[in-house]
Design a protein around this ligand. Structure first.
Ligand code: ADP
Length: 306
């Protein structure tokens, strides 16, 4: 579990993280979202003791990071791929890490197999693809078998197979009861991976809720229908107090109504339907709606994660 209590970080006059209070729970993948410059990286750095809070507190399983006796046994993090010694083999890189952190040597081949690097364990990372570097970073994070795992933009630069693999790994770790905290700017990917969301904007908490609730609360849901008699359908809907919107392809979109009700209305009036489909908004739409006011650099769009 990761607990944030009014966590705050200022850089001069910039408030990067502003009184953030929330808890990242075990057993689910929690997505960490926010526009560029929202304060995600700063928050993650403070969680790992790499940055000191200006005010407030962050606790890892009830302790401050720098008071954990063997940090790698509590929290593993993938912050940036390629943060490995380029001349050292994957096996040696992990061995050094294990030795300096009191982790048994037998974990090294275990995690190499877990991330699918068993066959290249004795090769030097400088010949690694980005995906292999990412897998090695994940192996390092898993080495101490920590209960908490943090991934900052883990799928950046990966091919579809690598993305699929990381997604399943994160879900597997959560199903094992671990706390999995992941940031990504790829909304479609996040929608497939995370069950819970923490969203920040300008350093402040904007949402701390399930993926399902987040999408429901922050987007328009509607039903799309097509009929060969759109004019008559409009009249029927108007009588029922509903105002459809016509689309370019000749369909009608109706807000604030269940598809069941529309189907029944059509049947009552002998109207043929060629399509009746409830439209679920995407995470991206919900995110854009919620963060529209909080977007700090939307005119630039060139920063990290743009
Ligand atoms: P995100 O990861 O969500 O893109 P960051 O945590 O990187 O956001 O940045 C949050 C804010 O803090 C931004 O305005 C950024 O410019 C500022 N910031 C981050 N790190 C530093 C730093 N070392 N010095 C000064 N300002 C910083």
């Amino acid at each position: 579990m990761i607990e944030l209590d009014r966590l705050t970080k200022r850089y001069g006059t910039t408030v990067a993280v502003d009184q953030l209070t929330c808890t990242v729970q075990p057993g689910v993948v929690t997505g960490f979202l926010g526009p560029n410059g929202a304060g995600k990286s700063t928050t993650m750095r403070m969680m790992l003791g790499l940055d000191r809070p200006t005010a407030g507190d962050v606790r890892i399983d009830g302790e401050h990071y720098d008071r954990l006796r063997d940090p790698l046994n509590h929290i593993g993090a993938l912050l940036e791929a390629k943060a490995v010694h380029p001349g050292r083999t994957a096996y040696n890189h992990l061995t050094v890490l294990a030795q300096s952190n009191g982790i048994p040597q037998k974990r090294v081949p275990e995690v190499l197999d877990l991330v699918g690097l068993g066959s290249v364990a004795k090769k030097r990372p400088k010949g690694f693809s980005l995906g292999m570097g990412q897998r090695l970073g994940i192996a390092s994070a898993l080495l101490g078998d920590p209960k908490i795992l943090m991934f900052d933009e883990p799928v950046n630069g990966l091919d579809p197979e690598g993305i699929h693999w990381i997604r399943n790994l994160m879900k597997y770790l959560a199903s094992e009861g671990k706390t999995v905290f992941v940031s990504s700017h790829l909304m479609s990917e996040m929608a497939l991976t995370a069950e819970h969301l923490i969203v920040i904007g300008r350093g402040r908490l904007l949402a701390d809720t399930s993926m399902r609730e987040f999408i429901k609360e922050n987007s328009r849901s509607y039903v799309r229908l097509r009929t060969p008699e759109p004019e008559r359908m409009r009249d029927v809907l108007a009588t029922a107090g509903l105002t459809p919107v016509a689309t370019e392809d000749g369909a009608l979109e109706v807000d604030s109504v269940e598809s069941d009700r529309l189907g029944e209305l059509a049947a009552e009036h002998g109207l043929v339907l060629h399509e009746l489909s409830p439209q679920q908004a995407s995470l991206e739409e919900a995110f854009m709606q919620l963060t529209a006011e909080a977007v700090q650099y939307h005119a630039h769009g060139t920063g990290k994660g743009a």
